[in-house]
Design a binder for this molecule. Structure first.
Ligand code: MN
Length: 279
């Protein structure tokens, strides 16, 4: 199932090019999307049927007619993999000589949850005279509390997947600082539940800037896959329902500037485009 948040915090199910408004079918509180999402994930075995049944009579809209919002607006944390594709390590060493290690040694870093925006919002770059980069990533949302979970058990803790742009200011500041500016984490276009994604490690991921293809890779090339990332994360800190893990970016990272349009697409998940402006 594709689960979207749209038009003033309404709950939608996406099918083909339409979105079905199922807000009234379940206990979805439009005043608090994050806790509603946690409730949805907690009760999903029960809510799923109610949502599917409600689609027959639900108000429906063409996707192009609605404003999509961030499907996970306020997690307690975003954990992110630093260097998790060998091809990205290679390009960072060629350009900046600064990537001696991968996720296996570096582990994960935190990004501020307040940096999240939806797939119809705009990235605002803080410094016109500095380099800001796009990073296309596969991300997922934790469905139930997780602590010391082994990779072999991790799949059952993942509720669903979505696309994430890890926008990054290049420079000497701490990594968390450079990646946590407001608007630096566009996510979307919706959550695709794990059962519908199937194997998350066979997904083609592409990113364009102004329709020029910049990044193109398959999640089969991840050094630490989704499950291993969850193991690493939950070993250090308790993961709560609604937390986000993002798996890192492949090669092709490059600069974005005012006026650009960044489009990310992941197979079996979907795509979205965001515009870029100065803050
Ligand atoms: Mn990244």
């Amino acid at each position: 199932m594709k689960i979207a948040v749209f038009n003033q915090n309404r709950l939608g199910v996406v099918q083909n090019e339409e979105i079905f408004d199922v807000t009234e079918a379940v206990a979805w509180d439009t005043q608090n999307v994050q806790s509603s999402l946690v409730a949805l994930m907690t009760h999903f075995s029960e809510w799923k049927g109610k949502m599917a049944d409600a689609m027959h009579a639900a108000p429906r809209h063409s996707l192009s007619q609605v404003k999509l919002q961030a499907p996970v607006p306020n997690p307690s944390k975003i954990l992110a993999a630093p260097v998790n594709y060998l091809s990205h390590q290679q390009e960072m060493n060629e350009q900046f000589q600064n990537a001696p290690y991968t996720v296996e040694k570096l582990r994960l870093f935190l990004k501020a949850p307040s940096s999240i925006i939806g797939p119809d919002e705009t990235i605002l770059l803080p410094y016109p005279d500095r380099r800001h980069d796009h990073e296309a990533e596969l991300a997922f949302v934790i469905g139930k509390e997780a602590k010391d979970v082994k990779a072999s058990e991790a799949a059952s803790y993942i509720f669903g997947y979505f696309a994430l742009l890890d926008i990054t200011l290049r420079g000497e500041e701490e990594r968390t600082w450079r990646k946590s500016f407001d608007t630096f984490t566009p996510i979307g276009p919706w959550i695709v539940t794990a059962d519908e994604v199937g194997d998350p490690h066979t997904l083609q991921m592409d990113l364009w800037v102004n329709e020029e293809l910049r990044q193109s890779a398959n999640t089969s090339k991840l050094i630490c896959d989704c499950y291993k990332c969850l193991e690493i994360a939950s070993h250090a800190m308790r993961l709560y329902p609604g937390d986000i893990i993002t798996t890192g970016t492949p090669e092709g990272v490059g600069e974005i500037v005012k006026g650009d349009k960044v489009r990310i697409r992941i197979e079996r998940i979907g795509e979205f485009s965001v515009e870029v402006d100065w803050k």
